[in-house]
Write a protein that binds this ligand. Structure first.
Ligand SMILES: [Zn+2]
Length: 322
C-alpha cells in the first residue's frame, strides 16, 4: 500500500481528537484524549505523538503507510511557517513552531491548519459540502469560527487569517468584542452571545421566565433560551429570532462577497437543527436581493465533531502532494 492514509488531529483546550482517514475522507479509527493543557507545550505535543502511535496501531498500519499528519489548532497561526502564534486556551502556546517540533517527534510530515478551516474543509470533503465546489462554513460556538473553500481549495488569505467571519462588523459601535472591535457578529450570534444577550435584557428590566435563573447567576446557555422561546417566553423568542436575523445578515454579505454555492452552519448552536436553519433561511430570503438567482443553499453541517479531524487529514494529504 502506498502512503494513502493520513491522520487528522483536532487540538482543543480540553480534548485532543485524532483519527485515521482514507483518501476519500472516510474516518476509520478515532480516539479522544484529555489535552492536559496545563502541562505546557512539550507535554501536549508528547500526548499528540502518543495519540498518533495509538491510531497507527488501531489501524494496523505502519508509519511509512501514512502520507502525514494534519493538525487543526486554535488561535492565530501561520500555516506557511507551521507556527501557532497564540492559542488562548492552551497556556504557554505563544509562537510555537508546531510543524517542525511535532514532525521531528513523530518522524512524519506535518501540516498545520486553523481548526475552523480544518472543520470547513472536512465538511467540504466528506460532509454537507461533498457535492459542491465552494462553501463557507460558520461554526457557532463560544465565538463564531469560519472557513472558506473556493473551487475546491481552502482560502487562507494573504496573512493566513481569512474566514474570520465572527469578526465581521454587524452593528456599528455595538457590543465590545475581546478582539478589540465593536459590533462583531459573534457578539450577537454565537451560542454564548445568545445567553449573554438574554441576561442583559433581563438585568435591564425585561421580563422573562428565565429571570430567576439570571438573577441567581445560574449557568444557562443558548439551549435554555431556545427552550424558553418554544415554551412561549416572548423575550427569549425575540432574542432567538434576532440571532437568526444577524446570521442571515452575515450570509447576505458573504453571498455578495464570495458567491458560494453553499453556506454551512455548524457548532453548538446548529444542534437546534430546523429551529435555527428555517428562521435563518426565512430572514435570508427577506433581507437579500432578488435581482439575480445567485443565492447559496444554506444547510446544517453533517459531520459534527469529526469534521476537524477529517479536514485536517485531507489538508495534510493535499498539502503534502498526495
Ligand atoms: Zn471581534
Amino acid at each position: 500500500m502506498t502512503a494513502s492514509y493520513a491522520v487528522g488531529i483536532d487540538l482543543g483546550g480540553t480534548n485532543i481528537k485524532g483519527g485515521v482517514c482514507t483518501p476519500d475522507g472516510q474516518l476509520r479509527f478515532r480516539r479522544s484524549i484529555d489535552t492536559q493543557a496545563a502541562g505546557g507545550v512539550a507535554h501536549v505535543l508528547g500526548r499528540m505523538a502518543e495519540l498518533v502511535d495509538d491510531l497507527v496501531r488501531d489501524a494496523q498500519l505502519t508509519k511509512t503507510e501514512l502520507a502525514g499528519v494534519g493538525v487543526g489548532a486554535p488561535g492565530p497561526m501561520s500555516h506557511a511557517a507551521g507556527v501557532v502564534h497564540n492559542a488562548p486556551n492552551l497556556p504557554g502556546w505563544v509562537n510555537v513552531p508546531l510543524r517542525e517540533q511535532f514532525s521531528a517527534m513523530i518522524g512524519l510530515p506535518v501540516v498545520l491548519e486553523n481548526d475552523a478551516n480544518a472543520a470547513a474543509f472536512g465538511e467540504y470533503v466528506a460532509g454537507a459540502g461533498r457535492e459542491v465546489h465552494s462553501l463557507v462554513m460558520l461554526t457557532l460556538g463560544t465565538g463564531i469560527g469560519g472557513g472558506i473553500v473556493l473551487a475546491g481549495k481552502l482560502w487562507r488569505g494573504h496573512f493566513d487569517n481569512a474566514g474570520e467571519i465572527g469578526h465581521l462588523v454587524t452593528v456599528p459601535d455595538g457590543r465590545a468584542c475581546p478582539c478589540g472591535q465593536r459590533g462583531c457578529l459573534e457578539r450577537y450570534a454565537s451560542a454564548s452571545a445568545v445567553a449573554e444577550r438574554l441576561c442583559e435584557a433581563v438585568r435591564a428590566g425585561e421580563s422573562s421566565t428565565l429571570k430567576a435563573k439570571v438573577l441567581a447567576n445560574e449557568a444557562f446557555d443558548a439551549r435554555h433560551v431556545l427552550a424558553a422561546a418554544d415554551a412561549g417566553d416572548a423575550l427569549a423568542a425575540r432574542i432567538w429570532d434576532e440571532t437568526c436575523q444577524y446570521l442571515a445578515l452575515g450570509i447576505v454579505n458573504l453571498r455578495h462577497l464570495l458567491n458560494p454555492e453553499l453556506v454551512v452552519l455548524a457548532g453548538g448552536l446548529s444542534n437546534a437543527g430546523p429551529r435555527l436553519l428555517e428562521p435563518v433561511k426565512a430572514h435570508f430570503e427577506r433581507l437579500s436581493w432578488k435581482i439575480a438567482p445567485d443565492a447559496p443553499r444554506i444547510a446544517l453541517a453533517t459531520l459534527g465533531e469529526n469534521a476537524g479531524m477529517i479536514g485536517a487529514a485531507a489538508l495534510a494529504r493535499a498539502g503534502l502532494g498526495f
